[in-house]
Design a protein around this ligand. Structure first.
Ligand code: 15L
Length: 268
């Protein structure tokens, strides 16, 4: 694999910890960073630096000599604007400035919540392609749309390559009916990150971060650029979680699920 170091932000988070373990096992040299201490034993070849994404100087230092930045840091759930602002908007800028200066590429952990107000397909309707309009369902989702657009800007203006992964639901298992469509297994995520690092050319690309699920909301994207195909599937969980619904018609109508219903005040 690539011998230059890989910077992983959000390393102490649920997905960061999976990636630290899996990518270290594949032989990558990892620089891990997060605001909270890394809770596990450090994987072989990895270093950890506690840092705030608001601190641009430290992010620049951490990115020195790196091949790629896997950006999983920042607020990862539906939170108030003021909480999202620093890590997800200013922090995003620090990550891209560091990538530009180092000639590194960026994988951005975007989210289905950047497009969460698209309706779920019913029956045989066409699936949503990755070039669809942004329809954020929260300030969190809006920050993910902003992050994807920053990737667009840095590619067009500076040639910084970036892959924006609209992650569905990456958990050990799907836990409700919606997640049968949105589930991304940890192994598929790890394979996606490795494919990104090794791809000869990425440009600016957008990929749906979901496993090979029979029920899906999503269609065409740029996965061919990195040669990634998911191998896992939610299908085996159909019987277990296929009748777990929220009971809220707004939540069930839109792709973003629960986030669309939070503080929802539309009357028509
Ligand atoms: C996300 O973006 C969140 O990080 C995660 O906690 C889940 O809520 C996921 O989306 C989802 O939509 O299931």
């Amino acid at each position: 694999p690539q011998q230059k170091p890989i910077l992983l932000t959000g390393a102490s988070g649920n997905l960061g910890r999976v990636l630290a373990r899996e990518l270290a096992a594949q032989g990558y040299t990892l620089r891990l960073t997060d605001l909270t201490p890394f809770p596990d034993d450090l994987p072989p070849g990895a270093t950890f630096t506690k840092a705030d994404l608001n601190d641009g100087v430290t992010i620049l230092q951490l990115a020195e000599g790196c091949h790629s930045i896997l950006h999983f840091g920042g607020a990862s759930v539906d939170l108030p604007f003021e909480v999202v602002l620093g890590p997800n908007l200013r922090g995003m800028y620090h990550v891209y400035e560091a990538a530009r200066r180092e000639g590194a590429r960026v994988l951005f952990a975007s989210s289905n919540h950047s497009i969460g107000f698209h309706e779920r397909p019913t029956g045989n309707e066409a699936k949503l392609d990755a070039d669809c309009a942004f329809r954020p369902d929260s300030f969190y989702g809006l920050s993910k749309a902003y992050g994807e657009l920053m990737g667009r800007l840095y590619w067009d203006k500076h040639g910084v390559e970036n892959l924006n992964v609209r992650i569905g639901s990456s958990f050990p298992e799907p836990i409700d009916a919606r997640m049968l469509s949105t589930w991304l297994s940890f192994q598929d995520l790890a394979r996606l990150c490795a494919a990104f690092i090794e791809a000869p050319k990425v440009g600016h690309a957008v990929v749906w971060g979901a496993s090979k699920n029979a029920t899906t909301f999503w269609g065409a994207d740029h996965r061919d650029r990195i040669g990634w195909e998911p191998q896992d599937s939610s299908d085996a969980f159909q019987d277990k979680v296929g009748n777990i619904f929220s009971g809220n018609p707004v939540v069930e109508r839109y792709q973003g699920g629960g986030y669309t219903g939070n503080s929802y005040s539309r009357s028509q």
